[in-house]
Design a protein. Structure first.
Length: 345
Protein backbone atom coordinates (compact mmCIF):
# COMPACT_ATOMS: atom_id res chain seq x y z
CA UNK A 1 0.00 0.00 0.00
CA UNK A 2 0.98 3.66 -0.27
CA UNK A 3 2.07 5.52 2.86
CA UNK A 4 3.54 8.98 3.45
CA UNK A 5 7.11 9.01 4.72
CA UNK A 6 9.34 11.86 5.87
CA UNK A 7 12.40 12.25 3.62
CA UNK A 8 14.01 15.45 4.87
CA UNK A 9 13.03 18.99 5.80
CA UNK A 10 10.92 20.30 2.94
CA UNK A 11 10.14 16.88 1.47
CA UNK A 12 7.76 13.99 2.10
CA UNK A 13 6.92 11.26 -0.38
CA UNK A 14 4.82 8.16 -0.83
CA UNK A 15 6.43 4.76 -0.28
CA UNK A 16 5.11 1.26 -0.95
CA UNK A 17 4.90 -0.56 2.38
CA UNK A 18 3.20 -3.66 3.75
CA UNK A 19 -0.51 -3.35 4.41
CA UNK A 20 -1.26 -3.44 8.16
CA UNK A 21 -2.85 -6.49 9.73
CA UNK A 22 -4.82 -7.20 12.89
CA UNK A 23 -2.29 -7.62 15.70
CA UNK A 24 -4.47 -7.40 18.81
CA UNK A 25 -8.07 -8.31 19.54
CA UNK A 26 -9.17 -4.67 19.81
CA UNK A 27 -7.62 -3.59 16.47
CA UNK A 28 -9.54 -2.46 13.40
CA UNK A 29 -8.07 -2.15 9.90
CA UNK A 30 -9.46 0.88 8.05
CA UNK A 31 -9.39 1.70 4.38
CA UNK A 32 -8.73 5.44 4.45
CA UNK A 33 -11.13 7.54 2.37
CA UNK A 34 -9.64 10.90 3.33
CA UNK A 35 -6.81 12.04 5.57
CA UNK A 36 -5.23 15.46 5.93
CA UNK A 37 -2.18 17.45 6.96
CA UNK A 38 -2.00 18.96 10.45
CA UNK A 39 0.00 22.00 11.47
CA UNK A 40 2.02 19.76 13.79
CA UNK A 41 2.99 17.62 10.76
CA UNK A 42 4.73 20.70 9.38
CA UNK A 43 7.21 21.10 12.23
CA UNK A 44 9.66 18.55 10.84
CA UNK A 45 8.79 19.59 7.28
CA UNK A 46 9.84 23.14 8.12
CA UNK A 47 13.00 21.90 9.83
CA UNK A 48 11.79 22.85 13.33
CA UNK A 49 11.87 19.26 14.64
CA UNK A 50 14.50 16.56 14.15
CA UNK A 51 13.06 13.52 12.45
CA UNK A 52 14.61 10.33 11.10
CA UNK A 53 14.67 10.03 7.29
CA UNK A 54 12.16 7.53 5.87
CA UNK A 55 10.14 7.53 9.10
CA UNK A 56 6.37 7.60 9.17
CA UNK A 57 5.29 11.23 9.06
CA UNK A 58 2.47 12.48 11.30
CA UNK A 59 -0.96 12.08 9.82
CA UNK A 60 -3.41 11.50 12.66
CA UNK A 61 -6.77 12.49 11.15
CA UNK A 62 -8.87 10.28 8.89
CA UNK A 63 -12.26 9.02 7.82
CA UNK A 64 -12.52 5.54 6.40
CA UNK A 65 -14.34 2.28 5.91
CA UNK A 66 -13.83 -0.69 8.21
CA UNK A 67 -12.13 -3.55 6.38
CA UNK A 68 -11.54 -6.06 9.19
CA UNK A 69 -11.93 -6.22 12.97
CA UNK A 70 -10.30 -7.99 15.90
CA UNK A 71 -12.10 -10.55 18.05
CA UNK A 72 -12.92 -8.01 20.80
CA UNK A 73 -14.65 -5.53 18.49
CA UNK A 74 -18.44 -5.38 18.95
CA UNK A 75 -19.28 -1.81 17.93
CA UNK A 76 -18.34 -1.75 14.24
CA UNK A 77 -18.16 -4.30 11.43
CA UNK A 78 -16.61 -4.50 7.96
CA UNK A 79 -18.21 -1.97 5.63
CA UNK A 80 -19.04 0.59 8.33
CA UNK A 81 -18.14 4.23 7.63
CA UNK A 82 -16.25 5.77 10.56
CA UNK A 83 -14.40 8.80 11.84
CA UNK A 84 -10.96 7.81 13.15
CA UNK A 85 -10.01 10.19 15.99
CA UNK A 86 -6.39 10.80 16.80
CA UNK A 87 -7.12 9.56 20.34
CA UNK A 88 -8.00 6.00 21.40
CA UNK A 89 -10.02 6.14 24.60
CA UNK A 90 -11.42 3.04 26.28
CA UNK A 91 -14.67 4.65 27.42
CA UNK A 92 -14.65 3.21 30.94
CA UNK A 93 -11.57 4.42 32.86
CA UNK A 94 -11.87 7.40 35.23
CA UNK A 95 -10.57 9.84 32.61
CA UNK A 96 -12.92 8.63 29.88
CA UNK A 97 -15.92 8.60 32.21
CA UNK A 98 -15.12 12.18 33.19
CA UNK A 99 -15.09 13.19 29.52
CA UNK A 100 -11.31 13.31 28.99
CA UNK A 101 -10.78 10.39 26.63
CA UNK A 102 -7.69 12.10 25.21
CA UNK A 103 -6.05 11.19 28.52
CA UNK A 104 -7.30 7.59 28.67
CA UNK A 105 -5.61 5.84 31.59
CA UNK A 106 -5.76 2.34 30.12
CA UNK A 107 -3.61 2.93 27.02
CA UNK A 108 -0.01 4.04 26.73
CA UNK A 109 -0.29 4.17 22.91
CA UNK A 110 -3.13 6.68 22.81
CA UNK A 111 -2.02 8.95 19.96
CA UNK A 112 -2.18 8.04 16.28
CA UNK A 113 0.23 8.49 13.41
CA UNK A 114 0.58 7.31 9.84
CA UNK A 115 -2.95 8.12 8.69
CA UNK A 116 -1.76 9.58 5.38
CA UNK A 117 -1.92 6.05 4.00
CA UNK A 118 -4.28 3.79 2.08
CA UNK A 119 -4.86 1.63 5.16
CA UNK A 120 -4.31 2.08 8.87
CA UNK A 121 -4.38 -0.13 11.93
CA UNK A 122 -6.59 1.66 14.46
CA UNK A 123 -5.78 0.49 17.98
CA UNK A 124 -8.23 0.21 20.89
CA UNK A 125 -11.07 0.73 18.46
CA UNK A 126 -14.13 -0.67 20.20
CA UNK A 127 -15.16 2.59 21.89
CA UNK A 128 -12.95 5.16 20.17
CA UNK A 129 -14.18 4.92 16.57
CA UNK A 130 -17.16 7.11 15.71
CA UNK A 131 -19.66 5.49 13.35
CA UNK A 132 -21.23 7.69 10.66
CA UNK A 133 -24.63 6.69 9.23
CA UNK A 134 -24.55 5.28 5.70
CA UNK A 135 -21.59 5.14 3.35
CA UNK A 136 -19.09 7.76 2.09
CA UNK A 137 -20.83 7.88 -1.30
CA UNK A 138 -24.05 9.04 0.42
CA UNK A 139 -22.46 12.41 1.23
CA UNK A 140 -21.23 15.49 -0.59
CA UNK A 141 -17.56 16.40 -0.58
CA UNK A 142 -18.35 19.22 1.82
CA UNK A 143 -19.91 16.79 4.30
CA UNK A 144 -16.99 14.39 3.98
CA UNK A 145 -14.66 17.27 4.81
CA UNK A 146 -16.72 18.11 7.88
CA UNK A 147 -16.58 14.50 9.07
CA UNK A 148 -12.81 14.62 8.58
CA UNK A 149 -12.64 17.78 10.68
CA UNK A 150 -14.30 15.83 13.51
CA UNK A 151 -11.27 13.53 13.72
CA UNK A 152 -9.25 16.36 15.29
CA UNK A 153 -9.52 20.07 14.55
CA UNK A 154 -13.23 20.60 15.22
CA UNK A 155 -13.09 18.58 18.43
CA UNK A 156 -9.88 20.34 19.47
CA UNK A 157 -11.41 23.77 18.85
CA UNK A 158 -14.44 22.67 20.86
CA UNK A 159 -12.16 21.47 23.65
CA UNK A 160 -10.62 24.94 23.79
CA UNK A 161 -14.07 26.47 24.17
CA UNK A 162 -15.22 23.96 26.78
CA UNK A 163 -12.08 24.27 28.91
CA UNK A 164 -12.33 28.05 28.59
CA UNK A 165 -15.82 27.66 30.08
CA UNK A 166 -17.52 29.66 27.31
CA UNK A 167 -21.00 30.64 28.45
CA UNK A 168 -23.99 32.16 26.71
CA UNK A 169 -23.48 35.89 26.26
CA UNK A 170 -19.69 35.80 26.80
CA UNK A 171 -17.04 37.85 25.07
CA UNK A 172 -14.49 35.38 23.72
CA UNK A 173 -11.04 35.90 22.22
CA UNK A 174 -9.63 33.21 19.90
CA UNK A 175 -5.84 33.32 19.59
CA UNK A 176 -4.78 31.54 16.39
CA UNK A 177 -6.25 31.46 12.89
CA UNK A 178 -5.29 27.94 11.83
CA UNK A 179 -7.89 25.23 11.42
CA UNK A 180 -8.14 24.69 15.19
CA UNK A 181 -8.58 28.40 15.89
CA UNK A 182 -11.24 28.70 13.19
CA UNK A 183 -13.04 25.70 14.68
CA UNK A 184 -12.70 27.45 18.03
CA UNK A 185 -14.74 30.31 16.55
CA UNK A 186 -17.42 27.79 15.50
CA UNK A 187 -17.36 26.32 18.99
CA UNK A 188 -17.67 29.65 20.78
CA UNK A 189 -20.73 30.47 18.70
CA UNK A 190 -22.17 26.98 19.26
CA UNK A 191 -21.87 27.53 23.03
CA UNK A 192 -23.65 30.88 22.85
CA UNK A 193 -20.90 33.53 22.91
CA UNK A 194 -22.25 36.98 22.13
CA UNK A 195 -18.97 38.51 20.94
CA UNK A 196 -16.12 36.54 19.34
CA UNK A 197 -12.84 38.34 18.68
CA UNK A 198 -10.62 36.40 16.29
CA UNK A 199 -6.92 37.16 16.00
CA UNK A 200 -5.79 36.76 12.39
CA UNK A 201 -3.38 38.44 9.98
CA UNK A 202 -4.48 36.62 6.83
CA UNK A 203 -7.37 37.80 4.68
CA UNK A 204 -8.66 34.32 3.75
CA UNK A 205 -8.71 33.20 7.37
CA UNK A 206 -10.26 36.47 8.53
CA UNK A 207 -13.09 35.97 6.03
CA UNK A 208 -13.69 32.40 7.19
CA UNK A 209 -13.60 33.43 10.85
CA UNK A 210 -16.33 35.98 10.15
CA UNK A 211 -18.34 33.38 8.25
CA UNK A 212 -18.05 31.08 11.26
CA UNK A 213 -19.31 33.76 13.65
CA UNK A 214 -16.48 36.12 14.58
CA UNK A 215 -17.82 39.59 15.32
CA UNK A 216 -14.39 41.28 15.34
CA UNK A 217 -10.97 40.54 13.83
CA UNK A 218 -7.64 41.77 15.20
CA UNK A 219 -4.65 41.65 12.86
CA UNK A 220 -2.12 43.02 15.36
CA UNK A 221 0.15 40.78 17.42
CA UNK A 222 1.72 40.94 20.88
CA UNK A 223 1.13 44.03 22.99
CA UNK A 224 -0.61 45.80 20.12
CA UNK A 225 -3.14 42.98 19.95
CA UNK A 226 -3.65 43.11 23.71
CA UNK A 227 -4.27 46.88 23.52
CA UNK A 228 -6.80 46.32 20.73
CA UNK A 229 -8.72 43.75 22.78
CA UNK A 230 -8.82 46.13 25.72
CA UNK A 231 -10.09 48.89 23.46
CA UNK A 232 -12.85 46.64 22.10
CA UNK A 233 -13.90 45.50 25.58
CA UNK A 234 -13.80 48.87 27.37
CA UNK A 235 -10.62 47.73 29.17
CA UNK A 236 -12.42 44.77 30.72
CA UNK A 237 -10.80 41.95 28.77
CA UNK A 238 -12.37 38.70 27.62
CA UNK A 239 -14.61 36.38 29.64
CA UNK A 240 -13.00 33.39 27.94
CA UNK A 241 -9.87 32.94 25.82
CA UNK A 242 -9.10 30.09 23.42
CA UNK A 243 -5.34 29.58 22.94
CA UNK A 244 -4.98 27.58 19.71
CA UNK A 245 -1.30 27.98 18.75
CA UNK A 246 0.99 26.80 21.54
CA UNK A 247 3.77 29.37 21.18
CA UNK A 248 5.23 31.64 23.84
CA UNK A 249 3.69 34.70 22.17
CA UNK A 250 0.21 33.19 21.85
CA UNK A 251 0.24 31.96 25.45
CA UNK A 252 1.30 35.33 26.83
CA UNK A 253 -1.27 37.11 24.67
CA UNK A 254 -4.02 34.81 25.90
CA UNK A 255 -3.19 35.49 29.53
CA UNK A 256 -2.97 39.24 29.01
CA UNK A 257 -6.33 39.63 27.22
CA UNK A 258 -8.26 37.61 29.83
CA UNK A 259 -10.20 39.62 32.37
CA UNK A 260 -9.70 38.87 36.08
CA UNK A 261 -11.46 35.61 36.89
CA UNK A 262 -11.59 34.50 33.25
CA UNK A 263 -10.84 31.04 31.92
CA UNK A 264 -8.14 30.34 29.33
CA UNK A 265 -8.57 27.09 27.40
CA UNK A 266 -5.29 26.08 25.75
CA UNK A 267 -5.13 23.42 23.08
CA UNK A 268 -2.18 24.66 21.02
CA UNK A 269 0.46 21.93 21.28
CA UNK A 270 3.31 23.67 23.19
CA UNK A 271 6.45 24.24 21.17
CA UNK A 272 9.42 26.52 21.58
CA UNK A 273 10.15 28.30 24.84
CA UNK A 274 6.69 28.13 26.36
CA UNK A 275 6.14 28.76 30.05
CA UNK A 276 2.80 28.85 31.81
CA UNK A 277 2.81 31.45 34.59
CA UNK A 278 0.18 31.11 37.27
CA UNK A 279 -1.29 34.55 36.54
CA UNK A 280 -1.96 34.72 40.28
CA UNK A 281 -2.71 38.42 40.30
CA UNK A 282 -5.69 38.06 37.92
CA UNK A 283 -7.27 34.88 39.32
CA UNK A 284 -7.19 33.35 35.84
CA UNK A 285 -8.08 29.68 35.42
CA UNK A 286 -5.72 27.99 32.94
CA UNK A 287 -6.79 24.60 31.63
CA UNK A 288 -6.85 22.47 28.51
CA UNK A 289 -4.74 19.88 26.75
CA UNK A 290 -5.44 16.91 24.50
CA UNK A 291 -8.98 17.05 23.11
CA UNK A 292 -11.73 14.59 24.00
CA UNK A 293 -12.47 13.72 20.38
CA UNK A 294 -14.69 10.66 20.73
CA UNK A 295 -16.62 12.17 23.65
CA UNK A 296 -17.40 15.39 21.79
CA UNK A 297 -18.15 13.69 18.47
CA UNK A 298 -20.59 11.22 19.98
CA UNK A 299 -22.12 13.76 22.35
CA UNK A 300 -22.68 16.81 20.16
CA UNK A 301 -20.45 17.42 17.15
CA UNK A 302 -21.46 14.63 14.74
CA UNK A 303 -25.14 15.49 15.18
CA UNK A 304 -24.37 19.19 14.67
CA UNK A 305 -22.68 18.37 11.36
CA UNK A 306 -25.44 16.00 10.22
CA UNK A 307 -28.08 18.60 11.12
CA UNK A 308 -26.24 21.33 9.20
CA UNK A 309 -25.73 23.38 12.35
CA UNK A 310 -21.97 23.62 11.80
CA UNK A 311 -19.77 23.22 8.72
CA UNK A 312 -16.17 22.81 9.91
CA UNK A 313 -15.14 21.19 6.62
CA UNK A 314 -14.68 24.66 5.17
CA UNK A 315 -11.27 24.81 6.86
CA UNK A 316 -10.08 22.46 4.11
CA UNK A 317 -9.25 24.79 1.26
CA UNK A 318 -7.34 22.44 -1.06
CA UNK A 319 -7.34 18.74 -1.93
CA UNK A 320 -4.55 16.44 -3.13
CA UNK A 321 -4.19 12.80 -4.08
CA UNK A 322 -1.83 10.88 -1.83
CA UNK A 323 0.63 10.61 -4.73
CA UNK A 324 0.94 14.41 -4.53
CA UNK A 325 1.24 14.53 -0.74
CA UNK A 326 4.35 16.71 -0.81
CA UNK A 327 2.31 19.39 -2.60
CA UNK A 328 -0.29 19.12 0.18
CA UNK A 329 2.40 19.87 2.76
CA UNK A 330 3.92 22.66 0.70
CA UNK A 331 0.54 24.36 0.20
CA UNK A 332 0.15 24.61 3.96
CA UNK A 333 3.77 25.48 4.66
CA UNK A 334 3.49 28.36 2.16
CA UNK A 335 0.09 29.37 3.62
CA UNK A 336 -1.63 28.84 0.28
CA UNK A 337 -4.01 26.40 1.98
CA UNK A 338 -5.49 26.64 5.45
CA UNK A 339 -5.66 22.85 5.63
CA UNK A 340 -5.04 20.21 2.95
CA UNK A 341 -7.18 17.13 2.32
CA UNK A 342 -5.33 13.99 1.19
CA UNK A 343 -7.41 11.43 -0.73
CA UNK A 344 -6.35 7.85 -1.44
CA UNK A 345 -8.37 7.14 -4.61
Amino acid sequence: MRQTRFVKAGKVEVKDVAKPEIEKDDDVILHVVQACVCGSDLWAYRGLDNKEPNSINGGHEAIGVVESVGKAITTVKPGDFVIAPFTHGCGHCAACRAGFDGNCQNHSDNISKGYQSEYVRFQHANWALVKVPGKPEDYSQGMLNSFLALSDVMATGFHAAKTANVQKGDTVVVVGDGAVGLCGVISAQLLGAKRIIAMSRHADRQALAKEFGATDVIAERGDEAVAKVMELTNNAGADAVLECVGSELSTNTALKVARPGAHVGRVGLPHGNVEFPLAFGKNIALSGGIASVTTYDKGILLKAVLDGEINPGKVFTDSFNIDDVDAAYKAMADRKAIKSVVTTD
